[in-house]
Design a protein around this ligand. Structure first.
Ligand code: ATP
Length: 364
């Protein structure tokens, strides 16, 4: 069952700005990352879930229950933002228990829940500190604890890591993931950082220009993007334009390329994407290249020239020239054929990703 579902949500502002239609789901107890460039409508979608942004069309459901018109106060939703937004004059314990105290919960219950959540969020021992006496990561953990102590049905995280430095960011990402899985809380996580989304979430929903273009597992969205726009946003590097498709192979600017069996007959393909890590580099050898006219050449094998090699932390990024085009490859360092600029590249059909440039999804 989906813990949270947005069906064709359209949200419009007084100045005419319009977001949507947005459709996506968060399976019960899972974490979905809503990923997209700045201004595409991620925060607005989050605010729609919380009941803080207007809905002009569509439906929001929590565990199958229609919440589209429910006031924010009736929604069991916890929110954490980039800025922890703690009350500066309250201690950690007072910040965390604020919602319980406002709800006039019994003292013992407040004490028990506070003990439980401070332990879960590694804040035990810091209960009496003020926010000014905490590190950035500790502040974010207090903000998380303050939301989770109210036992919400849905947790909304809006770029909670972007205010932290790189090191802390990674640790905090792991912490959030472990906690989310431990509590099995339905979580929608907004980010513009594709690495963060791929690393953290059970599923990624890629958003652009007010619409969700694709939702799937990190692996699916990364290796089988639904369109050129998603591929580009997911860090696609090598795109070859396609001029035709014949006998299960695509005509491209570097010659004929056999694609994966499942999509070889598909029409409407405008580009092929090839990930850098999927370009095999071999010694030049005797094998014939895949000449542009395709005459009898081995399929998906080309003579290539190494233009440059950049070393970074165990990996090498290799710039290649292939049939007049430049392609980028990446592989483990130290595997290149010895001291020669002439090599050949091999593209496995299964790793060729055909794309079209039509944006999928509904139109309003
Ligand atoms: P960012 O990553 O920069 O926060 P975002 O993807 O979260 O961006 P939103 O904040 O949802 O994007 O904004 C989407 C669009 O809606 C933007 O063009 C923004 O200017 C506009 N917008 C957001 N809130 C309002 C508002 N209250 N009134 C008018 N326009 C708004």
């Amino acid at each position: 069952m989906s813990g949270l579902r947005l069906d064709g949500i359209v949200s419009a502002f007084e100045d005419g700005t319009r977001i949507g239609p947005v459709s996506m789901t968060v399976p019960e107890g899972r974490m979905v990352a809503l990923l997209g460039p700045s201004g595409c409508g991620k925060t607005t979608s989050l605010r729609v879930v919380a009941g803080l942004a207007p809905v002009h069309l569509g439906r929001v459901t929590f565990r199958g229950q229609d919440m589209t018109n429910a006031p924010a106060a009736r929604r069991s939703v916890g929110m954490v933002f980039q800025n922890a937004g703690l009350f500066p004059h309250m201690t950690v314990a007072e910040n965390i228990s604020f919602g319980l105290r406002m709800g006039k919960r019994p003292r013992q219950e407040i004490r028990d829940k506070l003990d439980w959540i401070t332990e879960k969020t590694n804040l035990s021992g810091l209960e009496h500190r003020l926010p000014a006496q905490l590190s950035g990561g500790q502040k974010q953990r207090v903000a998380l604890a303050r939301s989770l102590v109210l036992d919400p049905d849905i947790l909304l995280l809006d770029e909670p890591l972007s205010g932290l430095d790189a090191n802390l960011r990674e640790r905090m990402a792991g912490f959030i993931r472990d906690l989310q899985q431990d509590l099995a809380i339905t979580t929608l996580f907004v980010t513009h950082d594709q690495e963060e989304a791929l690393m953290l979430a059970d599923e990624v929903a890629v958003m652009a220009a007010g619409r969700v273009l694709q939702q799937g597992t990190p692996q699916a969205v990364y290796s089988r993007p639904a369109c050129l726009e998603v591929a580009t946003f997911m860090g696609g590097t090598n795109f070859l334009s396609v001029t035709g498709c014949r006998d299960g192979a695509f005509e491209t600017e570097i010659g004929r390329i056999a694609g994966p069996v499942s999509t070889s007959a598909a029409g409407g393909v405008s580009h092929l994407m090839i990930r850098p890590e999927n370009i095999g580099i071999e010694p030049a050898g005797e094998a014939p290249g895949n000449a542009k006219d395709g005459g009898g050449a081995a399929l998906n094998v080309w003579p290539a020239k190494i233009i440059s090699v950049r070393y970074h932390g165990g990996l090498e990024t290799i710039l290649l020239e292939v049939a007049g085009r430049q392609l980028v490859a990446r592989q483990k360092a130290g595997q290149l054929p010895a001291a020669s600029a002439a090599v050949r590249i091999v593209l496995s059909p299964d790793h060729i990703c055909p794309l079209n440039d039509e944006i999928p999804g509904e139109k309003v």
